[in-house]
Design a protein around this ligand. Structure first.
Ligand SMILES: [Zn+2]
Length: 202
């Protein structure tokens, strides 16, 4: 407690002039040196003067009894509101727990539904995606080789051999049908007229 706080406890008695002479002198010497305490004492003295200037009111005879009854009622009301708050706190906690449980359960249900939907959709989608891939892996090479090799084996050699031979270049021996060699496959259109044919596999 500093000096000002220690002297502030004496200010009321100083204003009311209840202090002994020695204490009164100490307070006055501090007030002459401390502006803050001097201001505080001035305001307290003003307040005291105003209170003394108020008109005196004569209270009724039952004023004190009524005041005490009101105070008791007010205290009882406060106690009951506090106990009501204490009673409702567990109920509120229980309701919060129920709400939290509902949120967790609905979130879990949503997660479960999502996973179920994904699991239900995954086999169908993978079978739809895997079947064509597997079919192409197993079936496409055969179909490719059939498509590519057939014209190369059957058509391209015949046409290439015919491209090198023009009708006038054919030897006279080959003019006769050679039964030992397989006859070239019949060509149609321009190939039969001795023109060059560009053979393309595609
Ligand atoms: Zn002071």
């Amino acid at each position: 407690m500093n000096t000002c706080e220690r002297f502030s406890e004496l200010f009321s008695d100083y204003i009311e002039n209840f202090l002994p002479a020695s204490s009164k002198q100490q307070v006055e010497s501090h007030l002459s040196a401390c502006a803050d305490c001097h201001d505080t004492v001035a305001r307290l003295d003003d307040l005291r003067s105003h209170l003394k200037s108020l008109k005196h009111i004569q209270a009724s005879d039952d004023f004190e009894a009524i005041l005490r009854a009101r105070i008791k009622l007010d205290q009882r009301a406060r106690r009951s509101s506090v106990s009501a708050k204490r009673r409702t706190r567990p109920m509120r906690m229980a309701s919060y727990s129920v709400i939290a449980a509902v949120i967790v359960m609905s979130f879990g249900y949503l997660l479960w539904r999502t996973e179920t939907d994904i699991q239900a959709a995954t086999p169908a989608s993978t079978s739809q995606m895997q079947t064509p891939v597997a079919a192409s892996l197993t079936l496409n090479p055969a179909s490719f080789s059939a498509k590519i090799l057939y014209p190369l084996d059957r058509i391209a050699p015949t046409q290439l051999s015919h491209q090198t031979r023009k009708p006038q270049d054919v030897p006279s021996t080959s003019a006769m049908p050679d039964t030992s060699q397989p006859a070239p496959l019949p060509l149609r259109g321009a190939a039969q007229q001795g023109q060059f044919i560009t053979v393309s596999s595609f």
